[in-house]
Design a protein around this ligand. Structure first.
Ligand SMILES: Nc1ncnc2c1ncn2[C@@H]1O[C@H](COP(=O)(O)OP(=O)(O)OP(=O)(O)O)[C@@H](O)[C@H]1O
Ligand SMILES: [Mg+2]
Length: 241
């Protein structure tokens, strides 16, 4: 199945029309990093509400705080002050195990550099997130094969990353992000290492996932890629402008 023939919203008639449930909420969020007595105010009062099924692009110059914000949204880091709610839940005070569980259930990550394990086949890479939660090998294989077929890569499942093009590697990474069926996809410059044609293919996949109801938050430096989102947020010096 190619990106352009991804199942469209036939069975999920535009969920946004009748569901306006906030899934990501930030209230006066601040983040200060302290290294060797040097303080960096990476976020300076972010207010943000993202509803279930939204596709939000984040733009802004280097160092404006985009990845810092995304790391908090992804429960990889916590704010210095302010409130952050994921699906209505205040995750700040949860221990690492609980946060890891929430991450694996609710969030799929996609990065610029794909972050695939080398000398490991596509299907094994996709299977990785399931190893923590699912002990049934047959089910794991089935779920991983489904995820790879969703991104049109069934015929490359036994290839290792070095045997795949950049776009194919990113598609494996997307399959890996989707294998747990998370409701949110967080993508930090997913097309940063791809040519423009391949970037559009990846956006086709994101659009398809979004039309199935997935919430997408994507950082990009490219305006034409950002425009695939239904909303563009601009950051500058730790603030949304
Ligand atoms: N772990 C850290 N320790 C100290 N400072 C950090 C850390 N991570 C980020 N920063 C600083 O926080 C600020 C925001 O960084 P961030 O990575 O969020 O920017 P960004 O908008 O994602 O930039 P880019 O477009 O280059 O990826 C920068 O000034 C950066 O140097
Ligand atoms: Mg960044």
């Amino acid at each position: 199945m190619t990106a352009t023939t991804l199942p469209q919203a036939l069975h999920f008639p535009n969920q946004k029309d009748f569901k306006m449930k906030p899934i990501i909420e930030a209230i006066d969020l601040h983040k200060t990093y302290s290294n060797n007595n040097v303080k960096v105010h990476a976020l300076r009062g972010i207010n943000l509400k993202i509803n279930e099924g939204d596709f939000v692009s984040i733009m802004g110059s280097s160092g404006s705080g985009k990845s810092t914000l995304m790391n908090i949204i992804g429960c990889l880091d916590i704010q210095s002050s302010g409130e952050f709610l994921l699906d209505g839940m205040n995750i700040q005070n949860l221990n690492e195990d609980k946060k890891a569980l929430i991450r694996s259930k609710k969030i799929g990550f996609v990065f610029q550099s794909f972050n695939l394990l080398s000398r490991t086949t596509a299907i094994e890479n996709v299977e990785l997130p399931l190893l923590y939660s699912n002990s049934d090998g047959k089910l794991r294989k089935e779920l991983s094969e489904n995820a790879l077929s969703l991104v049109g890569l069934s015929d490359r499942k036994d290839h290792q990353p070095t045997q795949l093009s950049g776009g194919q590697q990113q598609r494996v990474a997307i399959a890996r992000a989707m294998v747990n069926d998370p409701s949110i996809i967080l993508a930090d410059e997913p097309t940063g290492n791809l040519d423009s044609k391949t970037s559009l293919e990846i956006m086709g996949i994101f659009k398809g996932l979004n039309s199935q109801g997935k919430t997408i938050v994507m950082i990009t430096h490219e305006r034409d890629i950002a425009e695939f989102g239904s909303e563009i947020i601009e950051m500058k010096d730790g603030r949304i402008i």
